[in-house]
Design a binder for this molecule. Structure first.
Ligand code: ADP
Ligand code: MG
Length: 399
């Protein structure tokens, strides 16, 4: 799960991490009120969307030369003008895709005099099985270019979970950032606090870009992105309450209500499979046959008829889906339960795309009988290869 910048900064502040003062605003009036509480004379109005690259982003509805999603304002009146231009409009950044994201929230914050922009991120590094700190002296809006063109300017420091954060980790961070004196000490303390926050909050990613040294000295978190391990959210009700469903895929939200493992993808063949491994293999074999899956969906082991039916309806509600492949290997999951779920769903919503079903395992004959007598135009398949070939050719024919 992701949260907004202003929410992440609130969380970091609770761990004693320095962030500029700022207030969220849902309307132009709130933005003006927020600016009134800040000392000025420099304000920054920031679009709150779950995507980075806002500074260089463009609003669809505004002229191409209009300012982006992070705006310096020199007066409360300017804050008002910017808020009017941004709220309700669609911001397109390198991370939103072409469709962009509608800006429904703003963050009005103190303008900071920046001496230098650094990069500092924490993430769970699968290769080392540790939390890694990724740091660079070249922070700011072009970090992606730095990663491509001068990767040697990025340093990775991994932390052994058995020892936790040690003083030498802090020194390595300060050294990689080429900091000296008090600022180096500041960086060591900051790195330790960030690690503590990361572990305590069950984060999967915590990125600070930029981390700035101000002209007055001292380090400040100017922008941050935080993601959390969804499996650990049950023990962070305060974080869970920060969820902004308008930022999430509606089909993924619906799937999460039924505890279905569903991920929207770019292709046109909807998949319903039991077991994550089989779901991966199904996506692979669709690709092998020259098409692309529209989703990953694992209905799980002991799914009920209702759950299967919900899963089927979610797949069908995706306008990109041009055909569906159901691939079930019945173990704990019984084939007749799957068949009943499909028939129930198909009766409620119109099945207007080809459907290939491959059933194998527990109660396979009962399952096949239910489908055969359902009156639905179902194309049966013998094995996974056969199923994939059939659905791909059906979809190609229909196109
Ligand atoms: P994004 O990464 O989505 O583009 P940032 O918050 O990093 O958004 O803002 C982009 C740039 O705007 C920063 O690199 C920084 O130079 C500037 N900026 C952001 N917040 C402030 C602020 N509070 N004061 C001064 N400059 C800021
Ligand atoms: Mg940034």
């Amino acid at each position: 799960m992701n949260i907004h910048e202003y929410q992440a900064k609130d969380l970091l502040a609770k761990f004693g991490i320095a962030v500029p003062t700022g207030y969220p605003a849902m309307s132009v009036e709130e933005a003006v009120e927020a600016a009134g509480k800040l000392p000025g004379p420099l304000y920054v109005v920031k679009a709150q969307i779950h995507a980075g690259g806002r500074g260089k982003g463009k609003f669809k509805e505004l002229r191409p030369d209009a300012k982006g999603g992070v705006r310096l304002a020199k007066s409360v009146a300017d804050v008002e003008t910017d808020a009017k231009e941004m709220l309700g409009n669609t911001l397109v950044t390198v991370q939103t895709g072409e469709a962009g994201k509608q800006v429904n929230r703003l963050y009005v914050t103190d303008g900071v005099d920046i001496a230098h922009e650094y990069y500092l991120a924490l993430l769970v590094d699968r290769a080392s099985g540790r939390i890694a700190m990724v740091v660079s002296t070249e922070g700011g809006m072009s970090i992606e270019d730095v990663a491509h063109e001068t990767p040697e300017k990025i340093t990775t420091i991994t932390i052994d979970p058995a020892t936790g954060f040690m003083p030498h980790h802090g020194r390595s961070v300060a050294f990689a950032l080429k900091l000296k004196g008090e600022t180096a000490k500041d960086a060591q303390k900051l790195a330790k606090k960030l690690y503590e926050a990361f572990v305590a909050l069950d984060c999967s990613m915590l990125e600070i870009n930029p981390l700035v040294e101000t002209t007055g000295g001292g380090l400040l978190v100017l922008d941050t992105k935080m993601s959390f391990d969804s499996n650990a959210l049950f023990r962070h009700k305060d974080v869970e309450a920060m969820r902004d469903e308008t930022e999430e895929d509606p089909m993924e939200i619906e799937a999460s209500k039924y505890d279905l493992a569903y991920i929207k993808l770019d292709g046109d063949i909807g998949c319903m499979v039991n077991g994550a491994g089989l779901a991966m293999a199904t996506m692979d074999i669709i690709k092998l046959n020259g098409a692309f899956p529209a989703n990953f969906l694992d209905v799980g082991g002991g799914a009920s008829k209702e759950k299967v039916s919900a899963a089927f309806k979610i797949i069908l509600s995706d306008p990109a889906v041009k055909g569906i492949l159901v691939n079930i290997f019945g173990g704990i999951m019984r084939c007749d339960t799957i068949a009943e779920g499909i028939v129930a769903a198909a009766k409620e919503v119109e099945l207007d795309v080809p459907l290939v079903v491959r059933l194998e395992g527990t109660n396979v004959q009962q399952g096949k009988d239910i489908l055969a007598h359902s009156g639905l135009a179902i194309i049966p398949a013998d094995d996974l290869g056969d199923a994939a070939r059939k659905i791909v050719s059906e979809v190609k024919q229909a196109a």
